[in-house]
Write a protein that binds this ligand. Structure first.
Ligand code: FNR
Length: 392
């Protein structure tokens, strides 16, 4: 959508409802959103979504990193017509934002990933579907309609299953494969350990596996007859800590879709991934869910950007809460950002409608803030738009 008016349209919508004494059910502030989600989710599900690895220092670092940068607004630059659109791998995106892959959404709300996909479609916001979704990638693609979708792969230890997932994703119409590299084993998550809770053991988040012919070939009995045995096999094949860059080369050769590696933080890793065939990179620390006291993703971003040729798409996630955060990431060289926990909280509060509200607010904020810092095209936002707080 060129010529964005997402910001003022949303303001008018909200303020007009205010005339009839209607205020939004879904809070516009992230902090209030998180509190509201805490009210509606059971403790285990809340802990799973909000929690991070170890002492959750990385979760904190991710947010603190944004405080080290300031947007530096410029005046009198005519931003009456704003363009939020961008292009990635030959597809036009209406906004430089994708909904991040978030698995097991059935523990958050009955609408699960299908509700999220419908919300994404209604706002024309691209979605990355998780391999650990509670619904199959085919059903999610159906709900997503013509809105661009990418498929996120947790890279299984079984090659036939890996190939089957990649082939299914291509056939279902996904336009890129996001290969998550930072979760080959699960991080030490104190909240989940304290709750003795792993949703997959309840048979949540395994839809892609249970429906997969290559996965079913690994079983003595189909999951419908012996769920526990199927879950055990799922645990066995979910990830493979022995993977190396040689394996990445194999995967990139096999996949017809563009391969985007997610979870890269070190510039040398980014360079090596691209040398082995990756087409793009997501700078991310999984929202602080894997390694405690790790480098904040935002601090890693400029290092990764400088390590790669300018034509390699770099995406960013981990800590994006508001429009201003997205603009800082874009200014530091990201081509697009992934929006994570906030939409999961919207899903918790009001299912599909909750996701729609949260994403609409985020894009409105992004659109208005883009103009207010003096830009009319999101693709023009560069290092000039920010300054380090300690350099002021
Ligand atoms: C995730 N994330 C994730 N990543 C991935 O590649 N596949 C997945 O299935 C999931 N599942 C998942 C579940 C939940 C509950 C959360 C919160 C996160 C990580 C996600 O894609 C993204 O990297 C983080 O959410 C970014 O951090 P923030 O911005 O949400 O804090």
């Amino acid at each position: 959508m060129s010529g964005s008016n997402r910001g003022s349209d949303r303001q008018v919508e909200v303020y007009m409802e205010g005339l009839a004494d209607i205020t939004p059910d879904v809070p516009p502030s992230f902090e209030a959103l998180e509190e509201a989600a805490l009210e509606v989710l059971d403790d285990e599900a809340y802990g799973y979504v909000a929690g991070g690895a170890g002492g959750e220092r990385t979760v904190g670092h991710n947010r603190d990193a944004f405080a080290k940068w300031r947007l530096w607004p410029r005046m009198l630059r005519d931003f009456s017509e704003r363009d939020l659109s961008t292009e990635l791998f030959g597809t036009e995106f209406s906004v430089p934002v994708l909904l991040a892959p978030i698995g097991v959404q059935s523990i958050i709300h009955d609408d699960g990933e299908l509700g999220t996909a419908r919300a994404a479609d209604s706002l024309d916001v691209p979605l990355v579907a998780s391999s650990a979704a509670s619904h199959t990638m085919e059903d999610i693609a159906e709900e997503l309609g013509d809105t661009p979708g990418w498929f996120q792969l947790y890279w299984p230890s079984d090659d036939d299953l890996t190939k089957s997932f990649v082939t299914r994703a291509d056939e279902a119409g996904y336009e890129a494969l996001v290969v998550t590299l930072d979760n080959n084993i699960l991080g030490w998550r104190e909240r989940d350990i304290g709750d003795a809770y792993l949703p997959f053991l309840d048979g949540e988040g395994v839809a892609n596996y249970f429906s997969d012919p290559a996965f079913r070939d690994l079983l003595d009995a189909p999951p419908e007859d012996s769920e526990l045995a199927a879950i055990r096999t799922f645990i066995d094949v979910f990830g493979d800590p022995s993977l190396t860059f040689d394996d990445l080369e194999w995967l990139c050769e096999f996949a017809d879709l563009p391969v985007v590696v997610k979870g890269v933080l070190h510039p040398d890793d980014a360079r090596e991934c691209v040398a082995r065939g990756a087409d793009g990179v997501v700078v991310s620390n999984h929202g602080g869910r894997q390694v405690d006291n790790a480098v904040p993703a935002l601090e890693a971003l400029p290092h990764v950007v400088s390590a790669l040729d300018a034509d390699v798409p770099v995406l960013f996630d981990s800590g994006i809460r508001r429009g201003a955060d997205a603009l800082v990431a874009l200014a530091l060289g990201a081509d697009a950002v992934q929006f994570g926990r906030p939409y999961a909280y919207g899903l918790a509060i009001d299912g599909e409608d909750g996701v729609e509200e949260v994403v609409k607010n985020f894009l409105a904020d992004l659109d208005l803030t883009l103009g207010l810092i003096g830009y009319d095209d999101v693709e023009d936002v560069d290092r000039e738009a920010v300054v380090r707080a300690d350099e002021l």
